[in-house]
Design a protein around this ligand. Structure first.
Ligand SMILES: *Cc1c(COP(=O)(O)O)cnc(C)c1O
Length: 835
C-alpha cells in the first residue's frame, strides 16, 4: 500500500456538504466520520483494518453524535436547579451499545445504507461488539433499563458504579458441565467511555480513629487510615430515545496513589510498595458472582465502600462547585440504593459531612436521611447482606463507630415507641448477635433512608409482612411499591426489528416506543386472520434466526415449526429449572412407553449461568445437557422432542431468545422471586407465560387477562401453610407413580453412561428436603403444560393470545417505573432538552 493512499482517505477539508462530520445524521456525514475515525483514532485505513478496527470506527462515529447531544444536555442541567437522581448500583448489566444507540438516535436505516456504500455489513459490525457484563442478572439489568428510561423520560440522572476490569464470567459448556472463562471485555478497547483524568478521589481503608478538638474547641473525630487508593472516573453517555437528554454513567476504577514508592512506611521496601499498588488496583478488578456460599469476602466490602465513597465525594464536589452550600445537598440530589450493596453510603455520607466538612450530627443526619432511598430485591432471608463486625472494625473503623451511634439513637426511639419489647429491639438492631456479631445492611438501609420500596406488588406486601415487618410497624409511611419494568427500546426495537416494524405499521407511528400503552391498538387486530398470519411470520422468522444460531453455537438442530419453550435466567433452585427438566423427562418417558403417542413437537431451550461455587446449580446444568444428549440422539423421539442449552446467557444472547420464544417459563416457587424482568421481556415479544403466582407474574396475568396466561401451582400463602404443617416430599413421590419413575430414570444411569451416583445428590435433595417444593408443584405443572399443548394445536387461538399479550404489556415499560419513582419517591420533575 502506498503512503499516498493512506493520506488520501480522510480529507475533511474537501467535503462539499455543509453537514458537520461529527454531528451530521446524513449518510454522507456518517461515512466521512467513519473514515475519519478509522484513520485518526484507530490509525488504520480500510484495506488493512481488522473487524475490530471497523467496529471501533463505527462506534466512535456514533459516540461523536452522543457527545454532541450530551454537552448541550449537561449545560441545561447545570443551569437549572433541578434535582438530580443518583442511581447507586454495584452492577450495570448494559448489553451491547452500538445498535441500541443507533436506535435511540433514530439512524439505524441510514447507518445501514452508509455502511453498504463502504462495502460494510452493519450487522457484522454490531455482532463484533463485546458486551460490558458488569452485572450478574436481573438486578444489574434493571439498573441498565432504568438508565435508558431516566434519559428517555428526561430526568437529570447519574448512574454510579464500578468499572470492573472483568465482568461476569463467560460460560462455556465442556462435557455438559459449566466451565467459567474470565471476561476480558476491555481487551480490544472500549469506545463508549471517556476517562476523566481530573476526576480523582482518595478512598481510605483500615487504621484507627482518634478524637481531637478543632479550632472552635468542638470535639471531632479523625480517621488515621493505613491504606489509601484513588478512584478515577470513567463516563459513558446514555442517550434517551428521540430526545436530547443524555444521562451519565460514571464508573470508578481503583488506582494506587501517585507516589506509591515514596511512602514513608515503605522506605527501602520497593517490592512491598509494588504489592500495595497491586492491592489498590485489585479493588475494581472483578465482579463478584452472586449466590456464592462462602462469606469471607473482604474485597467485596472494599468494592462497595470504594465506589460509594467516590460517588458521594463527587456529589459533594458538584454541589459546592455549582449550587452552593452543603446544607442544600439533599435538595439537589437524591440517591437510590439498588439493594443493600451500596448501603454503606449512609455511614459514609455522615462521615464526610461531619469529619470532613465540620457538620454536627443532627444536621448531617437530616441531610443523609433525606438523600437516600432503598430498593429491596429479595425475600430470601439467607440472601440478606450482613458483614462481620470484626471485618468492619478492620476495614472501616470510623464507619463502625457511626453505625453504632445511628443504632444507639434508633433503638432508643424503638424502645419509646414499643415499651417493654426487647425482642423487637433485638430484631431491629443494626447489629445482629446470632452467629457472631454482624452488621445488618438491610436494617441500616431502612433506618438511613426516607423511602423503601419493593419491586412488585406481591413482593412489596411480603416485605411489609415478613422480612421488614418491624420497620413497617414503626414507619408505615416509608414503604412503597414500584413494580419493575424493562426498556421497550432494547427489548423490542433492538432485539426484534420485524415485530417493531409490524407494530409501527399497525399503530400508524412509533409513539408506542415511548408510550407503551399505545400497544393497546393491537387488540383490534387480535382476531384478524390476515394480521395473525403476519404476526406468525414475524415469530417464525425469529425462530429461524435462533435455530441457525443454535446450530452453530450449541450444535443442536431444532425445527422452527415446533413450539419453542424457553427458560432463560440465572440458575437457582428457587427458579426451578429442575421442575422444567422433570417435565421433559416425563414426556420422554411417555414417548418411549408409547412411540405413537400424539404429541405437540416441542423444542426446550435453556440459558443459565450458575454461580461458580453453587454445586447443585452446576449439577442441574450438567443434567440439562445430559438429558439433551440422550433425547437429541434418540431417533424414536426426535421428531417430537429436542432440548438445547444456549451457552453464555447474557444480554446479547437473551436478545436472540426473547423474539423466538413461544412459551416463557416463569415457574419459581411462589413467594421467592421478588419481581423478575425476564417474564416481561418474553411477553413483550409475544411469548405466552407458563407461571406461578410469583413476583410480577401476578401483575402480568392481571394485565393480559387470565385466559391469556398459563397459571399453575401453589400460592405464596399455600406455600407458607404447607411448610408450617411440615412438608414431606417423599409422600408425594410415593403417591405419584409417574413422578417416582421419572426420578428413578434419572438415577438409573440412563443420562450418565451408567453412573448411578452422578445425579444422586440432586434427586436425594428433592426426595428428602425439596426446599423449593418442586415435587409439590410437579403434577399441577404437567397438567398445565398439557393445556399449553392443546392451545398450541388451535393456532388462531394461540396467535390471538400472543397478540393480546403484547397489546397489554404497556405497564411493564421501565418508563412507567421511572415515572413512579420520580413522583412517589424522588420528587423530581422532567427537564426536557430539545434536539
Ligand atoms: C433480564 C435478564 C435477567 C433477569 O431474568 P429473570 O428471569 O427476571 O431472572 C437475567 N440476566 C439477563 C442477561 C437478563 O437480560
Amino acid at each position: 500500500m502506498s503512503p499516498e493512499k493512506t493520506l488520501e482517505a480522510p480529507d475533511p477539508a474537501a467535503t462539499p456538504t455543509h453537514e458537520h462530520t461529527r454531528t451530521g445524521m446524513s449518510k454522507d456525514a456518517l461515512n466521512r466520520a467513519f473514515i475519519d475515525n478509522l484513520f485518526y483514532v484507530q490509525g488504520r485505513f480500510r484495506e488493512v483494518a481488522s473487524p475490530n478496527d471497523l467496529y471501533m470506527a463505527a462506534a466512535y462515529t456514533v459516540r461523536d453524535r452522543l457527545l454532541g447531544r450530551w454537552i448541550k444536555c449537561a449545560e441545561t442541567y447545570r443551569d437549572s436547579k433541578a434535582r438530580t437522581v443518583c442511581y447507586f448500583s454495584a452492577e450495570f448489566l448494559l448489553g451491547p451499545h452500538l445498535l441500541n444507540n443507533l436506535v435511540n438516535l433514530g439512524i439505524t436505516d441510514v447507518a445501514g445504507e452508509a455502511g453498504a456504500e463502504l462495502g460494510l455489513d452493519l450487522h457484522e459490525l454490531i455482532e463484533t461488539e463485546e458486551e460490558p457484563g458488569l452485572g450478574n442478572g436481573g438486578l444489574g439489568r434493571l439498573a441498565a433499563c432504568y438508565m435508558d428510561s431516566l434519559s428517555t423520560v428526561q430526568i437529570p440522572a447519574i448512574g454510579y458504579g464500578i468499572r470492573y476490569e472483568f465482568g461476569i464470567f463467560d460460560q462455556v459448556i465442556e462435557d455438559g458441565w459449566q466451565v467459567e472463562k474470565s471476561d476480558t471485555w476491555l481487551k480490544n478497547g472500549n469506545p463508549w467511555e471517556i476517562l476523566r483524568h481530573g476526576l480523582r478521589f482518595p478512598v481510605k481503608f483500615g487504621g484507627r480513629t482518634e478524637q481531637y478538638h478543632d479550632e472552635h474547641g468542638t470535639l471531632r473525630v479523625r480517621w488515621l487510615a493505613d491504606m489509601e487508593v484513588i478512584g478515577v472516573g470513567y463516563d459513558t453517555p446514555i442517550l434517551g430515545y428521540g430526545v436530547g437528554n443524555v444521562s451519565l454513567l460514571r464508573l470508578w476504577k481503583s488506582e494506587a496513589c501517585e507516589s506509591f514508592d515514596f511512602q514513608s512506611f515503605n522506605v527501602g521496601d520497593y517490592y512491598g510498595a509494588v504489592q500495595a499498588k497491586i492491592e489498590a488496583e485489585t479493588i475494581s478488578k472483578v465482579l463478584y458472582p452472586n449466590d456464592e456460599p462462602s462469606a469471607g469476602k473482604e474485597l467485596r466490602l472494599k468494592q462497595q465502600y470504594f465506589f460509594v465513597s467516590c460517588s458521594l465525594q463527587d456529589m459533594i464536589r458538584l454541589q459546592l462547585h455549582t449550587v452552593g452550600p452543603l446544607d442544600g445537598l439533599a435538595d439537589k440530589f437524591v440517591a437510590q440504593l439498588n439493594d443493600t450493596h451500596p448501603a454503606i453510603a449512609i455511614a459514609e455520607l455522615m462521615r464526610l459531612l461531619m469529619d470532613e466538612h465540620g457538620m454536627g450530627w443532627d444536621q448531617a443526619w437530616g441531610i443523609t436521611h433525606k438523600t437516600f432511598c432503598y430498593t429491596n430485591h429479595t425475600l430470601l432471608p439467607e440472601a440478606l447482606e450482613t458483614w462481620s463486625v470484626r471485618l468492619f472494625e478492620k476495614l472501616l473503623p470510623r464507619h463502625l463507630e457511626i453505625i453504632y451511634e445511628i443504632n444507639r439513637r434508633f433503638l432508643d426511639e424503638v424502645r419509646v415507641r414499643f415499651l417493654n419489647d426487647e425482642g423487637r429491639v433485638a430484631r431491629m438492631s443494626l447489629i445482629g448477635e446470632e452467629g457472631g456479631r454482624r452488621v445488618r445492611m438491610a436494617n441500616l438501609a431502612v433506618v438511613g433512608s426516607s423511602a423503601v420500596n419493593g419491586v412488585a406488588q406481591l413482593h412489596s406486601e411480603l416485605v411489609k409482612t415478613t422480612i421488614l415487618k418491624d420497620f413497617y410497624d414503626l414507619w408505615p409511611e416509608r414503604f412503597h411499591n414500584v413494580t419493575n419494568g424493562v426498556t421497550p427500546r432494547r427489548f423490542i426495537a433492538v432485539c426484534n426489528p420485524r415485530l417493531a416494524a409490524l407494530i409501527t405499521e399497525t399503530c400508524g407511528d412509533d409513539r408506542w416506543l415511548t408510550d407503551l400503552n399505545c400497544l393497546r391498538e393491537l387488540e383490534n387486530y387480535a382476531d384478524d386472520a390476515d394480521f395473525q398470519g403476519r404476526w406468525r411470520a414475524v415469530k417464525t422468522a425469529a425462530k429461524r434466526n435462533l435455530a441457525r444460531w443454535l446450530t452453530k453455537h450449541a450444535w443442536v438442530t431444532v425445527d422452527p415449526e415446533s413450539l419453542f419453550d424457553v427458560q432463560a435466567k440465572r440458575l437457582h433452585e428457587y427458579k426451578r429449572q429442575h421442575l422444567n427438566l422433570l417435565h421433559i423427562v416425563s414426556l420422554y418417558q411417555r414417548l418411549k412407553q408409547d412411540p405413537n403417542l400424539p404429541m405437540v413437537p416441542r423444542t426446550f431451550i435453556f440459558g443459565a449461568k450458575a454461580a461458580p461455587g453453587y454445586h447443585l446449580a452446576k449439577l442441574i446444568i450438567k443434567l440439562i445437557n445430559a438429558v439433551a444428549d440422550v433425547i437429541n440422539h434418540d431417533p424414536q423421539v426426535n421428531d417430537s422432542l429436542r432440548v438445547a442449552f444456549m451457552p453464555n446467557f447474557n444480554v446479547q444472547n437473551g436478545q436472540r431468545l426473547y423474539p423466538a420464544a413461544d412459551i416463557s417459563e416463569q415457574i419459581s416457587l411462589a413467594g421467592k422471586e421478588a419481581s423478575g424482568t425476564g417474564n416481561m421481556k418474553f411477553s413483550m415479544n409475544g411469548a405466552l407465560t407458563i407461571g406461578t403466582l410469583d413476583g410480577a407474574n401476578v401483575e402480568i396475568r392481571e394485565e393480559v387477562g387470565e385466559d391469556n396466561f398459563f397459571l399453575f401451582g401453589m400460592t405464596a400463602e399455600e406455600v407458607s401453610r404447607r411448610q408450617a404443617e411440615g412438608y414431606r416430599p417423599w409422600d408425594i413421590c410415593r403417591d405419584d407413580h409417574e413422578l417416582k419413575s421419572v426420578l428413578d430414570l434419572i438415577t438409573s444411569g440412563l443420562f450418565s453412561h451408567g453412573d448411578t451416583t452422578l445425579f444422586r445428590p440432586l434427586i436425594d435433595n428433592l426426595i428428602h428436603q425439596d426446599p423449593f417444593m418442586v415435587l409439590a408443584d410437579y403434577r399441577a405443572y404437567l397438567d398445565c403444560q398439557e393445556r399449553v399443548s392443546r392451545a398450541w394445536a388451535d393456532r388462531p387461538r394461540w396467535e390471538r393470545m400472543s397478540i393480546l399479550n403484547v397489546a397489554r404489556m404497556g405497564k411493564f415499560s421501565s418508563d412507567r417505573a421511572i415515572r413512579e419513582y420520580a413522583e412517589k419517591i424522588w420528587k423530581v420533575k422532567p427537564l426536557p432538552v430539545s434536539l
